[in-house]
Design a protein. Structure first.
Length: 369
């Protein structure tokens, strides 16, 4: 059966579908290791494995890099039998995991495609149910092949895929994601994104309320109903118009800043005219001297430009309203840790606004005053 032309065509289609899925899934996650690490930490917390959370970043890069590597090897048919075994094992594991997520464990999004594509647990489970038989077909097609008989070209390709996948994850970890799929991408005006978009109302309906002159009973009619037109029987009471307006959340709904006194200063910051540098610091105690020097130089340059500078941090301010990076005091505001990590995928860095619009984002090591 595995040697028939029809089965070979089916197996090749399955191989290509699996390869494209693994490449897309691995790429969208490996270019955002911070986001993937957050999702890994969420799963570890759900399963009571918090002791592994310090390794979440390393694990996320290895996992997503391996997924991308596996997709490339499937695409180029490198050690196809060995990779098909890994594909079957991984699809079996994730099918069971997503079934648990859909039925027993409260997970809104599996994170299979990072922030590029959101899938519910049931959608993810359906995807895996489709891909698992495909992996089995590929495994059965290449089952007679030897597992570890690597040719020189296959060794070269395997090493190339491995190093490229891991380096891509590491590069995005020390800099920023190559592609930003998050709400705070360059070009977004934060103040406008915080407002719910105006939407056209859905279908509207006019309802006429009439009272029966004989019994006093009130009844609702549509405009098309001719019965209400009998004014000897019905007396007009009211006219109502109903419409369905879909509930649409703002693009940015959780961005909030508070000063050392606990006052909300969000509006004042995001509507400030001109250029504003928002220095993002996760923890002042862990801020490296090199990063502090770069931020100090940026503060000095901003003052020469006449631009504004503020510092955003989830670190408790405890009544301390400013911080000196080495070139003068900078006003500090509190921001939620997850919001800051959504806005800037880095431990520390800077987000630049022009009239409230994000024009640049940099990891601290990329700040060049």
């Amino acid at each position: 059966m595995r040697n028939t032309r029809t089965f070979k065509i089916i197996a090749n289609i399955c191989r290509l579908v699996l390869a494209c899925t693994f490449i897309l899934s691995g790429f969208t996650k490996v270019i955002d290791p911070w986001g993937t690490a957050l999702k890994v930490s969420e799963y570890l917390s759900i399963y009571g494995m918090e002791w592994m959370q310090p390794a979440a970043m390393t694990f996320s890069i290895w996992l997503c890099g391996a997924e991308l590597m596996m997709g490339c090897m499937l695409l180029f048919k490198v050690r196809i039998r060995l990779i098909s075994i890994f594909a079957v094992l991984s699809m079996t594991f994730f099918t069971v995991l997503t079934l648990l997520s859909a039925t027993l464990i409260p997970v809104e999004d599996c994170g299979c495609f990072g922030d590029a594509l959101k899938l519910t647990p049931w959608e993810t489970f359906a995807k895996n149910v489709i891909l698992l038989p495909m992996a089995l077909v590929v495994w059965w097609r290449y089952r007679p092949d030897r597992i570890f008989a690597f040719k020189p070209v296959e060794i070269a390709l395997t090493c190339t895929f491995f190093f490229l996948s891991m380096y891509l994850g590491y590069y995005c970890y020390i800099h920023l994601p190559l592609i930003d799929f998050l709400p705070y991408k360059v070009g977004v005006n934060i103040h406008e994104a915080m407002q719910a978009p105006a939407v056209a109302p859905g279908e509207s309906e006019t309802v006429l309320v009439y009272r029966n002159r004989a019994t006093g009973e009130e009844r609702e009619f549509s405009l098309e109903d001719p019965e209400w037109q009998d004014d000897t029987k019905w007396e007009w009471v009211d006219t109502r118009t109903t419409s369905e307006v879909p509930a649409i959340r703002p693009l940015v709904s959780e961005f909030a800043l508070r000063d050392a006194a606990g006052e909300d200063v969000t509006e004042a910051v995001v509507t400030r005219p001109g250029r504003l540098y928002m220095l993002c610091v996760t923890n002042f105690d862990r801020l490296s001297k090199r990063c502090a020097r770069r931020m100090a130089a940026l503060v000095e340059r901003a003052r020469q430009e006449g631009a504004g500078v503020v510092c955003l941090t989830p670190d408790p301010l405890e009544g301390v309203a400013t911080h000196d990076f080495g070139s003068g005091e900078v006003t500090c505001y509190n921001i939620d840790a997850s919001t800051m990590k959504t806005m800037l995928r880095a431990e520390n860095g800077v987000v630049t606004l022009d009239d409230g619009t994000i024009v640049d984002k940099r990891n601290c090591r990329d700040i060049r005053p």
